[in-house]
Design a protein around this ligand. Structure first.
Ligand SMILES: Nc1ncnc2c1ncn2[C@@H]1O[C@H](COP(=O)(O)OP(=O)(O)OP(=O)(O)O)[C@@H](O)[C@H]1O
Ligand SMILES: [Mg+2]
Length: 679
């Protein structure tokens, strides 16, 4: 028998129960009778039926009471209850429905009607249960959904936090990182802060399709070149080629910076990671290092050239001295009418020119003779004005711009004249056959460290007041390449140039502890500015008195002349004899000491060369002083008078004679040492 549902029958009439049971069973229901309310409640609670058919009039417990209790029990509340009743009053029927019955079937009933209602209620009850189950399921699903959503929200929040953390980490990367398309348009899907920064542009400027090249490379020509190279390298897809170093990034009116970059394709995607970093500082440091090395090399080269030039000039000096001295002697001795006079004068002039050359070389090498005194630059230049005018080309105009009230400097006037002359001749040559202006200015400049640092020869200079000497011309100027070499000895761009003028200027300024600055541009002319430390803050220049010319002065006594150069011994002896002295000679220090030991009593003065073989002048001087502490010795040297004097300071040296010495100079220095002699 099929089970159409279980039905609890509640009623006290056995007959009626039996009948109902039969009817229901015949229809496939499992009917279960309960003869009173208490049993019914217990049975329903123990085994909840699908439906309860409840007779209202029952002993012990009123049907309504049963119904109320059924509706109050958790297990029974939902079981549909159909009331079977003979009551016809509407009030009671309403009461039954109010208490929760689903239906009221009047007795006597039609079996078919009862069955049909039971089926309907069972169906309804089942549907309700299904609905409730579905609702429960829905509620459970909903709950699950809500918890899933909450979980999702939580993980989304974590994701977002992670993302912004990673992004901020990326923005603190010391390099620029971006992700972009592998094609000429370079479209970006990501970039950190440093990426546009190192390319000296903005995120916004790189946001548009294909905007990269224009935004980064300002100059169209450079842009095309770099674009072609980079796209070429990328097209090959070889990571080893996707590195570019020291690419210049230029912005008008700003300093150029440099970047290096490296790209890596992302496998399986049409994307790559682009990185970029700024190498400007690195490149500048390297350049500074290179420039320093160049400077050191240049300095070493110049130093060795200086030694060479100084050495040659020194030896040359001795030879010139012989030439000049003999010519002068001959001029002094021959008759004023002699036809040889002209040739001798020419010889003297040529020898002087050669001596001039030597002087330039010695000046460059810092070996020139030096007589430091207080010098007023204004007076010095003013006195030269006439000479300067005759020295420059006819078409050039000389313009003097000499400030008054300048403080004096410490210097050697003849050396400074040499500077002015060398610069003036260069200026005139730069102007050439064109017309132009040469300006010689003298003034005072207060220099701070910053200013001095930008000059040549600034080592060891302290900030303060400087007197400047400036020579400016409107000539052809120089390019950077020429400008970088002008102070090298023997560097010249002129056909017959010796390349010694500026080398000498440099040497002289260096010896004066001054600084030097050159401004020059092709087509715009040139300015040389020399700075000499001011002695005082105000004008105070006692003019050095010109020494009276001891022309015609004659001495007497015996002089021991010591020199290893035979020709110079012969010349010196002749000069000394010419001046009225008796002359003894020696070829080196040893001979000189031996001779002095023998005949020291006769010898009034020793005139001795400083550089000699076997025993040099310095050593011999010491030996001579041992023989006679009061011995009078004059040392002759091609080196700077100052150097020699400094070396023998406090040793009672009677004098220093600069080689080559002329008859005039010799006469001048001996006149001071033999004051008793008369002219
Ligand atoms: N005022 C100037 N204008 C343009 N170029 C100059 C000027 N002064 C010097 N120069 C450049 O510097 C170079 C070196 O000058 P420097 O005086 O040392 O030698 P020089 O004039 O060639 O020969 P010299 O030894 O006869 O003076 C010159 O050949 C010239 O190229
Ligand atoms: Mg010159």
């Amino acid at each position: 028998m099929k089970d159409n549902g279980s039905i609890l029958l509640v009623g006290n009439s056995l007959e009626s129960m039996k009948l109902l049971t039969e009817i229901l069973s015949a229809e496939g229901f499992a009917a279960r009778p309960a003869e009173n309310g208490e049993i019914a409640l217990a049975s329903a609670a123990a085994h909840p039926p699908d439906l309860i058919l409840l007779e209202i009039r029952m002993p012990r417990m009123e049907g309504f009471e049963v119904l109320r209790r059924l509706k109050a029990g958790d297990a029974t509340r939902d079981i549909p209850v159909v009331i079977l009743s003979a009551i016809t009053e509407a009030a009671e029927r309403v009461e039954g429905l109010k208490l929760g019955a689903v239906d009221i079937v009047s007795k006597p009933f039609q079996a078919e009607e009862l069955l049909s209602r039971i089926r309907t209620h069972l169906e309804l009850s089942r549907s309700r249960r299904r609905l409730r189950e579905q609702a429960d399921e829905l509620a459970r699903g909903n709950e699950q959904l809500m918890s899933n959503i909450a979980k999702l929200e939580r993980s989304e929040k974590t994701l977002k936090e992670n993302e912004s953390f990673i992004l901020s980490v990326m923005d603190h990367f010391p390099i620029g990182v971006a992700v972009n398309s592998i094609d000429p348009s370079v479209d970006f899907s990501y970039m950190n802060d440093n990426f546009p920064k190192f390319y000296r542009t903005t995120r916004a400027a790189l946001a548009d399709h294909g905007s990269f090249w224009d935004a980064v490379y300002e100059d169209p020509e450079t842009r095309e070149k770099i674009k072609k190279r980079v796209l070429d390298d990328c097209a090959r897809g070889d990571p080893a080629r996707m590195r570019w170093t020291e690419v210049p990034i230029t912005r008008k009116g700003e300093e150029t910076t440099y970047i290096s970059a490296m790209n890596m394709p992302i496998p399986g995607k049409k994307l790559m990671v682009s990185t970029v970093w700024d190498v400007t500082d690195h490149k500048r440091a390297e350049e500074a290092q290179r420039s320093l090395e160049r400077q050191v090399q240049q300095a070493q080269k110049l130093e060795s050239l200086g030694v060479l030039a100084g050495g040659i000039a020194h030896d040359f000096n001795n030879i010139l001295m012989a030439v000049l001295g003999h010519a002068e002697l001959a001029l002094d001795e021959i008759s004023p009418m002699s036809p040889a006079r002209r040739s001798l004068t020419e010889i003297t002039t040529a020898a002087r020119r050669a001596a001039d050359l030597c002087r330039q070389m010695l000046a460059y090498a810092g070996k020139a003779s030096f007589a430091l005194e207080r010098v007023g630059l204004r007076d010095l230049v003013e006195e030269m004005a006439h000479l300067l005018k005759t020295a420059i080309s006819k078409k050039a105009i000389l313009n003097l711009n000499l400030e008054r009230g300048l403080p004096p400097i410490e210097g050697d006037p003849s050396q400074i004249r040499q500077i002015v002359m060398n610069l003036l001749i260069n200026a005139s040559e730069a102007i050439g056959d064109r017309s132009g202006v040469i300006t010689v200015s003298v003034g005072a400049t207060r220099c701070d460290e910053e200013y001095l640092r930008k000059t040549e020869l600034h080592d060891g200079l302290s900030p303060g007041l400087y007197v400047h000497l400036e020579v400016t011309d409107t000539g052809g100027g120089m390019d950077a390449e020429t400008r970088s070499r002008i102070f090298e000895p023997f560097f010249s761009t002129k056909f017959a140039g010796r390349g010694l003028g500026l080398a000498a200027v440099l040497g002289i300024v260096r010896a004066h502890k001054g600084a030097l600055k050159v401004y020059s541009e092709p087509g715009k002319g040139t300015t040389f500015k020399m700075l000499f430390p001011a002695l005082t803050e105000t004008e105070d220049v006692p003019r050095s008195p010109e020494s009276p010319l001891p022309a015609g002065w004659q001495g007497k006594g015996t002089i021991l002349l010591v020199d290893d150069e035979e020709s110079l011994v012969a010349l010196g002896a002749r000069m000394l004899e010419h001046l009225g002295f008796t002359v003894l000679t020696a070829a080196d220090g040893l001979q000189a000491v031996d001779l002095y030991r023998e005949r020291g009593k006769e010898i009034d003065l020793v005139l001795m060369d400083l550089t000699m073989p076997h025993m040099d002048g310095a050593k011999a001087f010491g030996e001579l002083r041992r023989l006679n502490p009061d011995v009078r010795v004059v040392l002759a040297s091609g080196y700077s008078q100052e150097d020699v004097s400094a070396r023998f300071a406090g040793k009672n040296l009677s004098g220093v004679l600069q080689k080559p010495y002329t008859l005039f100079k010799l006469r001048e220095s001996l006149a001071g040492l033999f004051p008793g002699a008369e002219s």
